[in-house]
Ligand binder design. Structure first.
Ligand code: NAD
Length: 228
């Protein structure tokens, strides 16, 4: 079975109604995304950071996967599909994808501030100051903030290096180290980049750019891959 590795970003969830990173700037009380998604912001004003993620989590309980998420599930009938997502939403899992690696954490999880391995599923949107882990420390969103290490980058690079086909969807390829994963894909394998704003092609060999929204471009590429 050929292996398809899919790298997704905020753009794949845009048609589900979740703002992309760039669109979100300024939308939320005039703070920029980068100002709230940092350890410094948490130290300075944990209530504000908590509220920001609570609002995003609340929205996540109200949206659904779209045609692009569902099309990727179909690929599993014929290929060994591995999704590497920069997204913190759970729309790939809710659509039915079985191999999903979250590079930047998960909105529906919280973790201990003293023991990072203590991670808890949240079945509600609200996380509060005073919500504690079993060791008695405050819980924080299970998110990789700007300036923090990305623990899953090693496994993601390993998976990328084993791809027979590499698909990039809805990402501006500006946030590192995620954007660097394309460097691990073998030069000669076919690569596809589906994003209406895609213009970046520098350094990625054998790349086909499809300037379409994910909801249209992903089902199309999946159809053609299913006929191969
Ligand atoms: P980004 O905002 O930098 O780029 C989004 C990309 O999506 C752009 O290139 C844009 O052209 C494209 N896009 C917009 N609408 C699209 C559509 N309908 N179909 C396909 N593509 C579309 O986001 P990024 O590259 O993912 O990186 C930003 C960071 O923001 C990531 O680390 C991610 O964790 C975080 N983020 C996540 C979510 C989420 O979980 N859904 C939402 C916002 C931001």
């Amino acid at each position: 079975m050929k292996r398809i590795v899919v790298l997704t970003g905020a753009g794949i969830s845009a048609e589900s109604g979740i703002s992309t990173f760039r669109d979100a700037s300024g939308l939320w009380r005039n703070y920029r995304f980068e100002e709230l998604a940092t350890p410094e912001a948490w130290d300075r004003n944990p209530e504000l950071v908590m509220e920001f993620y609570n609002m995003r989590r609340k929205q996540l309980f109200e949206v659904e996967p779209n045609a692009a998420h569902y099309a990727l599930v179909e690929l599993e009938e014929k290929y060994d599909v591995h999704i590497i997502t920069q997204n913190v939403d759970d729309l790939h899992e809710r659509a039915g994808s079985t191999n999903v690696l979250h590079l930047h954490g998960e909105l529906k999880k919280a973790r201990s501030t003293v023991a990072p391995n203590l991670v808890y599923e949240l079945d509600r949107w609200e996380l509060k100051i005073g919500d504690k882990c079993e060791k008695g420390s405050q819980l924080r969103p299970h998110i990789v903030w700007f300036g923090e290490a990305v623990p899953m980058i090693g496994p993601a690079a390993e998976i990328s290096s084993t791809a027979d086909i590499f698909i990039i969807i809805g990402t501006s390829l500006v946030v590192y180290p995620a954007a660097g994963l394309t460097d691990y894909a073998k030069p000669d394998i076919p690569k596809f980049y589906i994003d209406p704003g895609a213009s970046y092609a520098g350094g990625i060999s054998n790349l086909t750019i499809i300037q379409k929204k994910a909801g249209e471009g992903v089902p199309e590429i999946v159809n053609s891959l299913m006929k191969r």
